[in-house]
Design a protein around this ligand. Sequence first.
Ligand code: ADP
Ligand code: MG
Length: 404
Amino acid sequence: MTSNIRYMSGVKGLKDIDVEGKRVLIRVDFNVPVDSHNNISDDRRIRLALPTINYCIDHNAKSIVLVTHFGRPKGTFYEKYSLINIRKRLERLLERRVEFIGDLDRSQDIVLASSSQEVFLLENIRFHEGEKQNDKELSKKLASLCDVYVNDAFGTSHREHASTYGITEFMDTKVAGFLMMREIEAFSKALEEPVRPIALVIGGAKISSKITLLETVLQKVDKLIIGGAMSNTFLKALGYDMKNSLYEEDFVKTAADVLEEAKKAGVKVYLPVDLVTTDSIEKPIDVKIVPAQDILEGYMAVDIGPATLKLFSQAVELSNTIIWNGPMGIYEIDKFSKGTFKLASAIADCYAYTIVGGGDTADAVDKCKEADNFSFISTGGGASLELLEGKILPGFKNLDRVVQ
Ligand code: ADP
Ligand code: MG
């Protein structure tokens, strides 16, 4: 059986086609974080799209239309979600002028009228209801702007939207951009041709949202390291009293099944041996580190404890491939961020192939300044999760293939 990753790596990339003299539309993901003044606080997503844009510029594409969403404007115009600031940042990074197309209805006239090479940025595509509805008319309209469609929006590739999916129906040439390809290569290295042992470090809030991932990846890994609220459900399955901790009663049986499956598959499982606990998340007056069996009445687990950190660090150190998805605690709160941040450093220090998938995990790794020390950090939270679950992402599904 072909894996989803192998299928997706079979799509054509930019280098498989000729863009010279062609009108190219690139679906990028410029959904950048902004601060309270609406300034772009991190332009990584724009920078990561530059190789694809520059390739089209340098290979003499006739016009380059960039399409992205930004925020959640719910199908109507919101000044706050306009791409004006993004356009400015893009101009700075590209060191060239970018024409802004505010009105989609006029886009065809504007783009087709350009004779010398121009780069256009179309206003937020989610100002149109049709984007999320994968509307045919919108897809056609976008297709009318180009001869070649390039999807480079990995972060949105798990969505069947007009600009990520529907448009392909109306295009003869449709390929993946460099960022999409890099993402697939990175996950392929971890899951298709890994250097063993492979460790999956998994955490976050819920087992329910990651059960498919667990079931899919379990068969492929040598070690399963579980932390975060997710581990609470597993500890509950072992019969521990988790008191006020966040866990999922409905999934205690599932957790027990996963442990059983792991045992059968010969996968080593590591669970917290001690926990950071508190009586209140908002006002943590009393923070206690206790063995996982000894949570006090009225307390809840909010992070892994120091002994667990040591255990997990040693377990990852002996791995050659480490896949990480899900924080070890409520990392957004300083007091409960140590487990996640220190484990990030421990993973970063390993002589291993280290890959991060998951929006919050990537954010945590960024916050503790370890991002540069990982082999790869996926730009897609939901997309990387679905990829790990074994799904073929819609953004890749209808692209041209190198091999059929
Ligand atoms: P990712 O986005 O990386 O896939 P998730 O969305 O699954 O990760 O989980 C991240 C969330 O899990 C964070 O908001 C974090 O606060 C929460 N979390 C982790 N551990 C705990 C815990 N012990 N109790 C409550 N929430 C937790
Ligand atoms: Mg998340």
